[in-house]
Design a protein around this ligand. Structure first.
Ligand SMILES: *Cc1c(COP(=O)(O)O)cnc(C)c1O
Length: 358
């Protein structure tokens, strides 16, 4: 069989990090059960109030990473856990972008954190405008990527925030095959989508890297757990350069607890999708809504006649939605998260009242 071209993604990593010797935590792995632990200067007497958090967390989050990998049918060596997926994005910049020299490409409109973290790390950004249907323009993107020699990261988001659509999987894999840097696909909303996402493409594309989170479908935004999935050679480097105790014990415990109740998650996703479809149909009938963009996520982007006025009006009625009208291609657009049936009904009632205003 012909060998697949499988370039080492570590070649994208900043040179001084490729051979970095990581900090060794006082205790590796989980607490040795039954041992007397006098090695990490913890408080052996306990925690005021009685919640037992006096011991340092497992620095490698082994149990959690194994659970995540098992759920996805992967080996744990392909998974890195982070303090929210924002930490994973941060680590990619730390790993790959030489400040003041290297660049990242970001699609627009999309999630703002890619550009913010690029700026924090002193990396330039190259904007890749999406087409009229908010999908990738493959030829134009390939052309852009080929002309920038210091591009290390390409950020794609599918389903995309705030537009709600999946990007064409063929275009994404074509980019991952052609781009010499790391092609990152943020799949924060993939559990709400009609398509499977790009997990299946990882084996053929060593420089494709996926980001997922427990903040959305898993209902765990408060604990801050996200993860990255990719070539174990790159994952190993990211694990070396992250802070040693990036996930606290409460986060690891809560994440594992939720993952043992995956049926509840599937039920909630079903309910959220049903509400999304009901809300989209009702918005479509609303006179104050000019366009409802199709959604594969847990939010809906709408175009209105006057986004600022409608946003302020809803706020006055105690309903907070996201004004995205300043983003390229999103003039007069609001992004509405799918709420409970009662919350969505309240929103629709307010929209009706708005229409009736003189
Ligand atoms: C909400 C969201 C995330 C989640 O970030 P966390 O840090 O994991 O909470 C990531 N990417 C996108 C595009 C999002 O909209």
């Amino acid at each position: 069989m012909k060998q697949k071209y499988n370039p080492d993604p570590v070649l994208v990593v900043r040179e001084h990090l490729r051979s970095l010797v990581p900090c060794r935590p006082a205790r590796s792995g989980r607490h040795e059960r039954g041992s007397i632990l006098l090695d990490a200067n913890e408080n052996a007497f306990g925690t005021p109030g009685g919640l037992c958090y006096n011991r340092y967390p497992d620095p490698s989050a082994d149990e959690l990473r194994t659970a995540i990998a098992g759920m996805l049918g992967l080996d744990a060596s392909a998974v890195i856990a982070g303090n929210g997926s924002d930490e994973i994005i941060d680590l990619l910049f730390r790993a790959c972008c030489e400040p003041g020299k290297d660049e990242a490409a970001v699609i627009t409109p999309s999630y703002g954190m890619y550009g913010i973290l690029a700026a924090i790390h002193g990396a330039g950004t190259v904007e890749i405008p999406l087409d009229r249907r908010f999908d990738l323009d493959l030829d134009r993107t390939l052309d852009l990527l080929a002309r920038r020699t210091r591009l290390k990261l390409l950020f794609l988001c599918s389903p995309n925030n705030p537009t709600g659509n999946l990007l064409s999987a063929d275009a994404v894999t074509a980019l991952a095959a052609a781009f010499q840097g790391i092609t990152v696909v943020d799949e924060a909303y993939i559990d709400f989508a009609s398509g499977p996402g790009l997990l299946g493409a990882l084996g053929a594309h060593s420089r494709l890297f996926l980001i997922r989170t427990l903040s959305k479908a898993w209902g765990l935004a408060g604990i801050r757990v996200g993860f990255g999935i990719g070539d174990p050679r790159l994952v190993r480097i990211l694990n070396r350069i992250r802070l040693p105790y990036n996930l606290g014990t409460p986060a690891q415990t809560a994440a594992l607890h939720a993952m043992h109740h995956a049926d509840d998650k599937e039920r909630m996703i079903g309910a959220i999708i049903a509400e999304r479809n009901r809300l989209a149909a009702a918005l479509q009938r609303s006179a104050s809504v000019r366009h409802v963009y199709p959604s594969d996520a847990n939010f809906i982007l709408i175009r209105t006649g006057d986004a600022d006025a409608l946003h302020a009006y809803l706020r006055g009625r105690g309903i907070v939605v996201r004004n995205r009208s300043r983003l390229p291609g999103c003039g007069n657009c609001l992004r509405i998260s799918v709420g409970t049936p009662a919350e969505n009904d309240a929103l629709l009632r307010c929209l009706n009242d708005w229409e009736d205003l003189p």
